[in-house]
Design a protein around this ligand. Structure first.
Ligand code: 8IG
Length: 263
């Protein structure tokens, strides 16, 4: 079955299980963003991703394989509380299946969030940064065949401007996706800076490409949970990274709570 047909099936089952025929805006919550979900509004349904065709179980501690349908004003939000990462080795189609399911469920816009390392020392742990563009170092595409999708303004300048109206202190940066699951070496972080990157992480770019292919408007927001390797001289620690996310959670909830209704 094609990945698009599988996404159609997942969207049909999602509509049955949530009782919601059409969703409007999708959100994918990355590391550190999970506690922000409660600020988005009342959940009308919560299901396990594994109840839908094409999803497999979540693999990482601190990632929860659930999808929430949330009524926020006149919008119905589809919130993925976790994502499938490229480094899980399930293939690129598995990484973007949630995005394609959201598109098939009716979503016209998607908010992709992540936790990442920052290259600027002023971005202390807990700083949110708007993604202005990306560099995809996985060497992969979610698109198969001769479909030459344009990626100009991939991360909507309209939505970024709206975010800065809501929160004028928000910085922007170029997100560099490494394959992971190991963190970068200090030399790789320096390379990311030399080629124009400001943020390093292990997600988001393949999903953004699939979302553009599906015609969705995309907002990307990174939460800098740590300075990238070699910037501070301290080693990286997954537990500390999760802790920084927790500490920032209420602020990220407030941020999303103000941004999402205006998308
Ligand atoms: I949270 O410093 C988080 N995810 N590649 N590098 C990469 N991924 C990350 C990092 C980081 N922090």
């Amino acid at each position: 079955m094609s990945p698009y047909a599988l996404a159609d099936q997942a969207a049909a089952r999602l509509a049955e299980l949530t009782g919601v025929a059409q969703h409007d805006v999708a959100l994918v919550l990355g590391s550190g963003w999970l506690p922000a979900v409660d600020a988005l509004g009342e959940a009308t349904a919560e299901i396990n991703t594994t109840d839908l065709p094409g999803f497999s179980a979540a693999a990482v501690a601190g990632h929860s394989g659930k999808i929430r349908s949330i009524k926020a004003g006149d919008r119905q939000l589809l919130v993925f509380l976790s994502r499938t990462h490229y480094y899980e080795g399930k293939g690129v189609a598995a990484v973007v299946h949630g995005v394609r399911t959201a598109a098939a469920a009716g979503c016209r816009a998607i908010v992709l969030t992540n936790g990442c390392g920052g290259l600027r020392e002023s971005w202390t742990p807990g700083t949110p940064v708007l993604i202005s563009d990306h560099i995809n170092l996985t060497g992969k595409s979610p698109i198969e065949g001769a479909n030459f999708v344009d990626l100009t303004d991939l991360y909507s300048s309209r939505l970024r401007a709206m975010c800065r109206e809501v929160e004028p202190t928000l910085d922007e940066g170029v997100y560099v996706q490494f394959p992971g699951p190991h963190y970068e070496t200090p030399a790789e972080v320096r390379m990311a800076g030399v080629i124009g990157g400001n943020l390093v992480g292990m997600s988001t770019t393949l999903e953004a490409i699939a979302a553009r292919e599906a015609g969705m408007e995309i907002l990307g927001i990174s939460l800098v949970t740590n300075l990238a390797a070699g910037i501070s001289g301290e080693p990286l620690n997954h537990a500390e990274v999760l802790e920084a996310g927790k500490a920032a959670a209420s602020r990220m909830g407030a941020l999303l709570g103000r941004i999402v209704p205006r998308i």
